[in-house]
Design a protein around this ligand. Structure first.
Ligand SMILES: Cc1cc2nc3c(=O)[nH]c(=O)nc-3n(C[C@H](O)[C@H](O)[C@H](O)COP(=O)(O)O)c2cc1C
Length: 222
């Protein structure tokens, strides 16, 4: 959406992009493009969110997924309003989140393609059979959780599906996760650096060292 001139109907403030970036105009609104271009630098894990039953299976690659609560166990997934999965989850009242492993880039690419299959073919490709809710599970990944739909919140061009976790299926814990960053799938490299070289560990004001859980400087007397 193009910002309208200052004083326009939505109250968008005018100003050079550099001024907006510096946050000098608190009332200006950022664009989706600005948000996208920053967020692409933020790495995320990758999942395929699915919904059953297997004869009508639907799956979609999603990284906007997180665990909201442990007591009770709740998950949240953000799904485009127009995505095939959206209507399916609303109708069936359940979904599964399949956490992909580093060797499952192909599944991520397939389930983010509008050309992908639905139904038994989709379930077959995922390979893990139906879960307790009927949602197809992926085999060979880090594991899956199944949820029943508790609430739907509108989120702009997406909907947020809050789900109660009803089943947890652990997967292959030896594998690393599939990661998405800057439009590619880089491999995670475990770097056994000594802790000293890994950045700041000491709170500069209080002198608290998180490695030793001690104060490096004498505490000021109160
Ligand atoms: C790594 C990755 C993560 C994605 N994350 C999400 C997401 O969290 N929510 C979403 O709605 N779409 C996400 N997408 C985009 C959808 O997978 C893609 O647009 C899909 O085609 C939408 O379904 P549709 O073809 O039924 O419209 C992601 C795509 C990729 C490659």
């Amino acid at each position: 959406m193009k910002p309208s001139p200052a004083g326009g109907p939505r109250g968008f403030a005018a100003g050079a992009p550099s001024e907006r970036r510096a946050g000098r105009e608190a009332s200006s609104l950022a664009t989706g493009e600005e948000l996208r271009s920053l967020m692409r630098h933020f790495p995320s894990g990758v999942t395929v969110v699915t919904c059953g039953p297997p004869q009508e299976a639907e799956g979609m690659t999603a990284s906007a997924v997180f665990s909201v609560s442990l007591d009770p166990p709740l998950m949240l997934v953000s799904v485009q309003r127009e995505a095939r999965l959206n209507a399916k989850v609303r109708a069936q009242g359940h979904y599964a989140v399949n956490f992909l492993a580093e060797d499952q880039e192909g599944l991520s690419r397939l389930f983010s393609s509008p050309e992908r299959s639905s139904g038994p073919e989709a379930a077959h490709t995922l390979g893990g059979g139906p879960g307790e809710t009927g949602a197809p599970l992926a085999s060979g990944g880090l594991g899956s959780v199944e949820c029943t739909l508790e609430a739907v919140y509108p989120g702009g061009d997406h909907d947020l599906f809050l789900g109660r976790v009803v089943a947890v299926h652990p997967g292959d814990e030896r594998k690393s996760p599939l990661v998405y960053h800057e439009g590619t799938y880089p491999r995670l490299v475990h770097d056994p650096r000594p802790a000293e070289s890994a950045g700041a560990f000491v709170d500069s004001a209080r002198g608290f060292d998180v490695r030793t859980r001690d104060f490096t400087r004498r505490r000021r007397k109160r």
